[in-house]
Design a protein around this ligand. Structure first.
Ligand SMILES: [Zn+2]
Length: 285
């Protein structure tokens, strides 16, 4: 009844935990309705109380713009296949991808930066709709707003590396680039207890030194993007104007992030794809 996004054990555990938290929350409130359209990976446990209606009653119609409204607008996705990790080259440089080399019917949502705006509702939206997101953070923003990003992490999001100073790296020395990439990775590891494994260069600018430095800092891959999303609108970089398998959608921590997430989900759904987590396709081993 609830189509899955991913079937890896770690995702199940993570989402299982989130689900328990949600159930605990529902026990001490009026009991929020579980929405049928959420993205989910975990079968629901047998409820101890009657299952809430999956069809909202006319009187319970959510107010446009409210969290419940955003959750109600999330499409129903086809089940995601078990992730088949992509092969990584055994060279001294990290691979650079605009989109993941996979034909599986999935696409990936990424959110960058972190310093400009952090809409509070995004935490609940990601948790309740179970949206898989990868956050490429600048380490000073992560440090200043650690609690916000930890809450998204607790909702299933993953923190990755976007340098310290958000400087364009292309053309800079290897040592400079390594300091930006390793320095941010070190700081993010301290803040979140897990070292990033993916890197996105600011503005997408990179050269051969970037890919070598990323590799030497422990980054498994360097990610560009295939589509951008801003104020709810998806901007395609190909004339077909469709999200393709393996595509990576880029948005930012900006005031309209709720609309951006919803716009991305709708575009992925229109393409017959399901959102998935980058890290399930680029694992550590
Ligand atoms: Zn950026």
């Amino acid at each position: 009844m609830f189509p899955g996004v991913s079937a890896t054990p770690s995702r199940r555990i993570r989402f299982g935990t989130a689900l328990l938290a949600l159930l605990a929350l529902s026990a001490c409130t009026a009991g929020p309705t579980f929405h049928a359209r959420r993205i989910t990976t975990t079968p629901l446990p047998a409820p101890s109380t009657p299952t809430p209606s999956l069809s909202p009653s006319p009187t319970a119609k959510p107010t446009p713009g409210s969290l419940a409204w955003y959750v109600s607008q999330v499409p129903t996705f086809p089940p995601a296949p078990p992730p088949q990790p992509v092969p990584l080259p055994a060279t001294g440089s990290a691979p650079f991808w605009h989109r993941l080399p996979t034909e599986q019917p999935v696409a990936f949502i990424t959110i960058d930066d972190g310093g400009l705006a952090r809409p509070p509702a995004v935490i609940d939206f990601i948790r309740e709709a179970r949206i898989p997101v990868t956050m490429f953070l600048n380490s000073p923003a992560a440090e200043e707003h650690t609690d916000y990003f930890r809450q998204i992490e607790a909702a299933g999001g993953v923190v990755e590396n976007h340098t310290i100073t958000h400087t364009s790296l292309s053309g800079r020395s290897y040592d400079f680039q390594k300091q930006e990439i390793c320095g941010a990775a070190d700081r993010l590891e301290t803040l979140f207890g897990k070292r990033p494994t993916l890197f996105r260069p600011p503005f997408g600018n990179r050269d051969a030194s970037t890919l070598r430095a990323a590799h030497d800092c422990g980054m498994r891959a360097v990610l560009h993007w295939s589509e951008t999303v801003h104020e709810g609108k998806v901007r395609y970089q190909t004339p077909e104007k469709v999200v393709r398998p393996g595509d990576v959608l880029l948005m930012h921590f900006r005031p309209a992030l709720m609309d951006d997430l919803l716009g991305a989900l709708k575009a992925i759904h229109r393409a017959g794809l399901t959102p998935a987590l980058l890290e399930d396709y680029i694992p550590l081993t």
